[in-house]
Design a protein around this ligand. Sequence first.
Ligand code: HEC
Ligand code: HEC
Length: 482
Amino acid sequence: MLLKFIALAWVLLLLGGCQDESNIYQPDNSSAKVLRSRLDTTLRGLIQQHGLSGDALQGRILPTIESPLAQLGMHLFFSKSLSGNRDVACASCHHPLLGGGDNLSLSIGVDAVDPNVLGHKRLLQGGLSLGVPRNAPTTFNIGLWQQFMFHDGRVAQLDTGITTPDVAYLQPDPLAGSNLVHAQARFPVTSNHEMRGKTFDVGGTAQSCRERLAERLGGYGAIPEERLPAEETDYWLDAFRKVYQQPQAQAAELITEQNIAAALAEYQRSQVFVNHAWKQYVQGELAAISEPAKRGALLFFRESEAGGYACASCHRGDFFTDELFRNVLMPPLGPGKGNMDTEVQQDYGRWLVTQNPDDKFRFRTPSLLNVAVTGPWGHNGAYTSLNAIVRHMLNPFQAALNYDSGQLKQPNIPTEQFAANLRDMLGSNTDMAGQAYQEEDVQYLVAFLHTLTDPCVTHVDCLQPWIPPVAGLPKSILQARF
Ligand code: HEC
Ligand code: HEC
């Protein structure tokens, strides 16, 4: 018996190939019916040191999808009537079955060949070039952000309120609403490439665009030829009256741009998917994650002096982000986002918001919850596999220099400016040195990242409550095909 035990320990040791984290199993004293290895003990120390509870919610109260306002928000989120040409819904780029995103490197909003087609088969009409410069972040767990919305944080929480692109930076926007998600929801409809199109409310402001859309939805005040079918405006009036429990109220009082944004926010904030295997592990279930994942966790949380890669210095806490902005040399792909230099189609990230030279190429540290289902990765979807993005995060300089655009699955991503943009970016101050790394560490880190996926987000049945049924809803509701 003893010999068998020693032999097993040796086999595990050899398989692991790592001396100091050897699997010399000791009987477990805790209630969990699993043997605790030295690896578990080391991880326990790191978990404590990083103050992790496993629970990203940390007592925060978020809406449930059953609440009437979230239900209304879901219908609005899936309605193409919130776009100028009635061809794009929020869900066109943030679909629950696509990890709360769109599976594209760079989103396609207006002018899609078939507006109901999502994912890799979604294409722009012939001859048009991509207009959305960034990757659609997931709406999953969106209610957990405390500071910033968007890759560049242009919607931000202040002590005095919430600032948005409608007001001067660091001024509170009086129309931002009560939370960051509400504040954000007012912007996609005003973007030409995302939802507005070129012909809706031409010459209007962002605010007039929102108001015209609300009027059209409610069938009041809008220009006659833009009216929705009466059966649709009746549907929305009925729905808003029920949710706000004001059966007599007029459309103009209820179907306002503010109430629309509030409902959209309630729906998105109900997308809480935080029950992943890593949480169970942190909370004591030692068998919840695999041995390679544990090794990955060690590499993720350990400082470099201790043989780790200190990923948690930025991907901090149970939500795996410090909500700060960093230049990690993401390959500068795509049309770029408008900036003052008209020569280069470049995306200067946080700098576009603050104009602080140090902020050039900085982007918000993403959360890593459910990261396995939110690809492509990076603010412009430059990487199309978890392996590749992890390699980048291990050694950004080397990865950016050797970037292979052959991995892109989406056609027509502009790369003419790439070489010039890359030179520009590599000449900037990076916030991450990077290091040489062991090849097997990539696999360990990827195994660890997989433990951050809530199983619900990979099961159609589990996600069904966040997808509206077909029956009884207006025709404008997106009938997605993938
Ligand atoms: C054409 C695709 C597209 C459509 C349509 C669209 N979005 Fe987005 N969404 C994006 C992209 C791309 C970003 C990132 C933009 C940036 O950071 O500059 C984004 C960002 C967001 C964010 C911020 C996420 C974060 O982590 O900070 C939220 C929330 C969001 N969108 C919700 C919505 C809502 C609500 C609607 C409908 C009113 C909508 N989106 C419509 C593509 C789209
Ligand atoms: C210096 C801070 C910092 C460190 C350290 C860091 N990251 Fe990141 N990480 C970021 C930022 C910022 C981004 C987004 C960059 C962008 O899109 O331009 C990012 C993006 C990612 C993404 C893509 C997420 C998505 O949704 O697109 C993954 C995966 C990731 N990091 C994993 C890691 C791993 C694994 C490590 C350790 C090897 C690590 N990171 C270390 C700041 C950091």
